[in-house]
Design a protein around this ligand. Sequence first.
Ligand SMILES: [Cu+2]
Length: 646
Amino acid sequence: MVSRRRLLAAGAAGGAAVLAPVGWTASGRALAAAAPLDAGDIPKYVAPLRIPPAMPPVATGPERDTYVIAVRQFRQQILPASWPRTTVWGYGSTAHPGSFGYPAPSIVARVNRPVRVTWVNQLIDARGAYLPHLLPVDPTLHWANPPGGVEHRDRHGRWDGNPRGYRGPVPQVVHLHGGHSTQESDGHAEAWYLPAARDLPPDFAVTGSAYHEFRSRFGERSGLRWAAGSATFEYANDQRPCTLWYHDHSLGLTRENVYAGPAGFYLLGGGDDLPDGVLPGPAPTRDDSPNAQYHDIPLLIQDRSFTADGDLAYPGGHATGGDAPPIWVPGFTGSTMVVNGRTWPTLTVQRRRYRFRLLNGCNSRFLLLSVVANATARPARPVLPVWQIGSDGGFLPEPVPHERVALGPAQRVDAIVDFTDVPAGTELYLVNEGPDGMYGGGRPGVDFAPADPRTTGQVLRFVVTDATGVDTSVPPEQLRLPTHPRLGPAQRVRRLSLNERMSGGSGSTVMLLGTLDERGRGLPLRWSDPVTEQPTLGATEVWEVRNFTRHVHPVHLHQVQFELLGRGHSGRSQPGPSDRGWMDTVLAYPWEVTRIKARFDLPGRYAWHCHLLEHEDNEMMRPLNVLPRGGAATGDGGPLNVPEGP
Ligand SMILES: [Cu+2]
């Protein structure tokens, strides 16, 4: 059992909700929820790291690669063998039933070669009936709300008395995170769709309020019509080579949908990529032989909690008072670390260089990663540098050696670790000193307690063996990375805010994006408030994001890869060397101004939001609408160099 004391300590450390005791209805009857699994009981480093294979396409023509990818429910061995299997959701190719997995196979794409994906919601059982969510869903948030029908979809819903919340068919819509996607292919939060199940309740909305508009637009563009329970998106891949990922983005239930498993890498190569052989490789590609060796390995790092039955556990599904609905929680950190769908796996490495595409796929957890020899010593004593060569949107100007890599939710770090001089037989560990709760910045052991060194403080084990071949890749300290042009001057500066407000009903704190008033105070706005961020097509803008909260928020903009201009009290402190690349998700520190610059060159409806999924799902998301030239720009803006607020 997770001790009550540890729960309280974690809660007090940062206000994050840790798994709440599950299992009692208002009347005191026990629910069928199993007891939590004590993470300390799970043996570590018994299963090898799983390396997601390349997603098989259904066609590769002269113009594009075509995929049909569904999300399905299945059981997978996430805990060590002989422990219970876990029911999860994951993506796979419908033409290749064996391809489904958590994480999903990686989509391997080339710059300027389009990829077309038909995304199918197959959360149905063998008889075609819809499957309810694996986790409690709070229907009272501003969410997709299918039971509201066409009139009340994408609004606040009602609790119908079920202690597990909404139990109907589950909306899905896929967002390619970091993709330069047209609006109809972006996976807008209100473009969700239910599975084409045979038992959909007749009064339910089966699609989100943006679905039909985007279906028409896509049809006009391609001549292709989306079938029920699916959407077809096309990715032009007209951006720099980089590590993207795809995941669900449904309004108000992204946190549960992503937690249930569906996520995968989208590895974009080509373009101004370095010539083959300069960086460690290869990564998985289509038609690899089963015993192919990989030296370019994506690592999806996530925290999860389990029940004693091996099922995923997430707070909610219990009534706290007489008739309290299933509760949204302001943050979540799980009790175990899962890498590529396995708890604490082990990776045998040779004495050579490896490239790792690190992705923080946690709902709320911040990671501070290092490579050490002693898994539990704190402060961690790094023994090998992690050479960062890229961030979200591509290569950095030059490689940056880190003792400790910071990674907020949704961020990627493209890294090289050199095991060449490590004696064979050595065991090393990737450890985490981020907090077991909300993150407010600062240093582990000084400003906050690092994650429990026995559990969430450990991530992955490396076992070093002799090299079987010659490593011809260039040592990271000698690498010359491709240069990239910076954005031109901005036409406009936008002053924005991150805010904390008490929510009326529940008494809990909600985080809201917003603008600034004329006196420089935060003006919090909700998802449904009038659109304020409306850049003109082709405009380059500076966004000054002022954080009025105690927490670090990973701020994500759709459509663009942006530059970080500055941080600090005035937003004028130079970004550090690892912040000088392209990014789609930036950490906004408490009480600081985070200044970014972006160019908006695709028209239409997008979003910007906090990527702490619990925040995103409860109003910390705002529309971002790019207006065609000649359209009236609105919202807070002004000439460059407006005076700082008081
Ligand atoms: Cu946030």
